[in-house]
Ligand binder design. Structure first.
Ligand code: ADE
Ligand code: ZN
Length: 331
């Protein structure tokens, strides 16, 4: 393990907190809440994480959420992740969550909000981590439902740094959510969207132009259309790329074939993230290390990518200056 990569002040901009649920905590919460799991052991759960595509992962991801029932469960989930992130040298975490994944199980909106924000406050006070919260809409459910969630979240707008768009991308283009995102914009909420993970480059263009997003989650398939690459380059829209996720979900076959070097060479604002670390073989340090092994990148390039993330993050200017100074001082 590279001491340099560990010491690099890493900001994580693309992390589904429900995707940080490790099998050990899944079992502990299942026991606490009397939830029956379709697995007998932790090893059996890990063995099931053999995905063929995004949907095969999402099926297990939504199933795993069944153990999350109380504010304490969400608090434990997030604190567990924050501790692992800090051990990886992460200094800032932007966690997204999927309220609809919980509402459809009759877990009301205050439950995740209370648990996650309590953990965020505690991590800021006791772990020296800064955090930001992103509320994501499920694109494989209706825009009407997303709009009603946005409306119901009114008491929590002050806790949100942004809204996002995730879940099954194929056949669920950003354009379907234009009205929802217009409402979010009118409310003053910054907007993000997953695009160009499994979906085509045109979805990246739609997210930029119709949803007016300030970052694209994944975006790797932009390379299939030079005009979209140029659009991203000129706008300097950051991409939150998740290399180990892309390998595990068969977006690419191997790390060696991952298009990250091409995205960097194209002059795009690239950042490295973990997506769903409990399911995809590791957190931020594992993702950075996989890039070092596959691409042999210099420390200077890793510093540039870490700087991209700090510059694109939702944090106070004071915190950003502190972390950029720490990055600059690293040799
Ligand atoms: N990689 C991913 N793509 C889309 N939706 C997700 N939800 C959790 N992880 C996701
Ligand atoms: Zn994601």
């Amino acid at each position: 393990m590279s001491e340099f990569l560990k010491a690099l002040p890493k900001a994580e901009l693309h992390l589904h907190i429900e995707g940080s649920l490790e099998p050990e905590l899944m079992f502990a919460l299942a026991k606490r809440n009397g939830v029956e799991l379709p697995f007998a052991t932790v090893d059996e759960v890990r063995a099931a994480y053999d995905f063929t595509d995004l949907q095969s992962f999402l099926d297990l991801y939504y199933q795993g959420m069944a153990v999350l029932q109380t504010p304490e469960d969400f608090y434990d989930l997030a604190m567990d992740y924050f501790r692992r992130a800090v051990a990886d040298g992460v200094v800032h975490v932007e966690l997204s969550f999927d309220p609809q994944g919980h509402l459809i199980r009759d877990i009301p909106l205050p439950v995740p909000f209370q648990g996650l924000t309590r953990a965020m406050r505690e991590a800021e006070e006791t772990l020296g981590l800064s955090t930001a919260l992103i509320m994501s809409f499920l694109r494989d459910r209706s825009p009407e439902e997303a709009l009603s969630v946005l409306t119901a979240a009114a008491p929590y707008y002050h806790l949100l740094s942004a809204v996002g768009l995730d879940s099954a991308e194929r056949d669920h283009p950003p354009s379907l959510f234009q009205g929802v995102f217009e409402k979010a914009k009118a409310l003053g909420l910054p907007r993000l969207a997953h695009a160009g993970e499994e979906g085509p480059a045109s979805y990246v263009h739609e997210a930029l132009t119709l949803l007016d997003v300030c970052r694209i989650d994944h975006g790797v398939r932009c390379l299939e259309d030079p005009a979209v690459v140029e659009e991203l380059r000129i706008r300097r829209t950051p991409l939150t790329v998740c290399p180990l996720s892309n390998v595990r979900l068969k977006v690419v076959e191997t790390m060696a074939e991952h298009p990250l070097p091409k995205l960097v060479e194209a002059g795009l604002v690239v950042t490295i993230n973990s997506d769903d670390p409990a399911y995809f073989g590791g957190g931020m340090l594992a993702n950075f290390t996989a890039c070092q092994t596959a691409f042999g990148w210099s420390n200077d390039l890793f510093k540039t990518l870490a700087r991209n993330a700090l510059e694109a993050a939702f944090m106070t200017e004071e915190r950003r200056a502190e972390l950029l100074a720490r990055l600059d001082a690293l040799t």
